[in-house]
Design a protein around this ligand. Structure first.
Ligand SMILES: [Zn+2]
Length: 487
């Protein structure tokens, strides 16, 4: 039976798109309402009944095991295909992925890492969970997002070119997944893209476009050229939510696995740390957490923390500003007046406001917001943020640098869902300096068998900051993601 109540709607302007409209990837109001935060989100795909069906699955392939939770599955069923047709399609594509990349989709490991926990000062009874995505398809979680998009596409779309702006893990994943589907991929890369990545993309048959910065043009030239390709008919095959809202659901499978792994082992987790660049990984995890709490609540709701670098932290900046609005609303004061596209603090001052010494105070405020989440004050503040994006989220002004270069996106595209989840769970945005990022990377390699890149181990740097601030009690467990294998 096909659920009739499915729809897709924009978190910013509320516009609804029919769930079985296969041609709309981004909000149709993006151009006419530029101040609003437009991101399409699937709604009510999962009912309690549908949720229960996933519990009966024993497949290790997340796109089969959790298929009932995926819009891509319901779209397949809606276009006169059977459950078996869907499973056959996923299995066939998975076989091709294995032939191309040496690996297909399967549940990725969740390990408890006592040596690493000890190295960062955890008590022997405390658990540090690591969800290891470094051996997933194309070496990171990115392929999950893109395979999720693929399953949503019409047969017609498969004959159009796919477009992505990336020169890292997302591009590699896009190249592997599109090759498996027999689709043509256009990759928009900067002039300084890493040679090894360029060679691999070429070997996978992608068409590369090297994008130079144009005089007087604002924003990332690769991204701008990819948007032009989409305007000319390409499918936005990207991990950026505003350009393709369907990118989120494939990523949700990572967190669904994680929650089931905790449950199977009767484990509680009190703190999750997710590294944030463009924000798709964190947004997917946040939305999966919301679904799991709706249908089958975890015994302990983990605090959902995010980790960015001092090089660029647009998410933490947006969080700070929304907290100011919430604080004013809770006190019955006027909303502070912000200048759009401009921070009222110098970047160094803003970064210092995220020092270890500030963490305790931030958690007190986070607890206050968590307990007032349902109040009119907090709800009106977050709605205000969604309707006035340029006051909260705008591209980072300077060219950022960090050892964790994969999370230097100048904008956190899917910021709103992530910040709301931090508010709901009492999490905070952490801003890691280079010393912590480097130490986290070294510790990951010396105290586990996993070999993530510095980007892939950045979540650990956030955990280390929290530990230094004495913000993790000695009975609390924590979880991080290692994703993005060292190349
Ligand atoms: Zn919209």
């Amino acid at each position: 039976m096909i659920p009739q109540h499915h729809y897709v709607s924009c978190v910013g302007c509320g516009t609804r798109v029919h769930a079985y409209d296969l041609e709309t990837f981004s909000c149709p109001n993006r151009d006419c309402m530029p101040n609003v935060n437009h991101v399409l989100q699937k709604k009510h795909v999962i009912t309690q009944q549908i949720w229960q069906r996933s519990k009966l699955e024993d497949s290790k392939n997340p796109f089969i095991r959790y298929r009932h939770r995926l819009l891509g599955y319901h779209r397949t069923i809606n276009s006169n295909h059977s459950d078996i047709d869907y499973i056959e399609k996923v299995s066939r594509l998975d076989g091709v992925l294995q032939a191309i990349d040496g690996t297909g989709f399967t549940e990725t490991p969740l390990t408890v890492e006592p040596e690493l926990a000890d190295a960062i000062g955890f008590d022997p009874m405390q658990k540090l969970f690591v969800k290891n995505e470094t051996h997933n398809v194309a070496g990171s979680h990115k392929a999950r997002h893109l395979f999720g998009i693929l399953l949503n596409l019409s047969d017609d779309a498969l004959h159009r070119p796919f477009a992505i702006a990336s020169c890292g893990n997302a591009a590699l994943a896009a190249a592997v997944v599109s090759k498996a589907a027999g689709a043509k991929l256009e990759v928009f890369i900067p002039t300084d893209a890493e040679e090894s990545v360029v060679e691999r993309l070429k070997a996978l048959g992608a068409t590369l476009h090297i994008c130079e910065r144009r005089e007087g043009e604002l924003g990332d030239p690769c991204y701008l050229r990819s948007l032009e390709a989409v305007k000319n008919g390409a499918v936005p095959f990207t991990c950026q939510g505003p350009d393709n809202g369907l990118t989120i659901e494939g990523g949700e499978t990572l967190a669904y696995e994680l929650f089931d792994q905790w449950r199977e082992n009767n484990q509680a987790c009190h703190h999750m740390f997710v590294q944030v660049g463009g924000g798709a990984l964190a947004s997917s995890s946040a939305q999966a957490l919301a679904e799991v709490m709706r249908h089958e609540p975890l015994p302990t709701l983990p605090r959902f923390h995010t980790v960015q670098t001092r090089g660029a932290f647009p998410l933490a900046r947006a969080y700070d500003r929304i907290v100011k609005v919430i604080d004013a609303r809770l006190k019955g004061q006027e909303i502070p007046s912000f200048t759009p596209y401009e921070d009222d603090l110098a970047v160094g001052v803003r970064a210092a406001a995220h020092d270890v010494s500030a963490i305790e105070q931030r958690l007190i405020m986070a607890d206050c917001i968590r307990s007032a989440w349902d109040s009119t004050a907090v709800q009106s503040a977050v709605r205000y943020a969604a309707a006035n994006k340029p006051l909260f989220m705008w591209p980072w002004e300077s060219a950022p640098h960090s050892i964790a270069h994969g999370i230097l996106d100048d904008e956190t595209y899917d910021w709103y869902a992530i910040i709301c989840t931090m508010f709901r769970t009492g999490g905070i945005p952490l801003v890691a300096d280079e010393d912590h990022l480097k130490a986290a990377h070294d510790l990951a390699h010396s105290h586990t068998d996993i070999t993530p890149s510095a980007t892939g181990s950045a979540g650990l740097a956030g955990l280390m900051l929290m530990k230094e601030a004495n913000a993790i009690a000695d009975y609390e467990n924590a979880c991080i993601y290692f994703t993005g294998i060292e190349r």
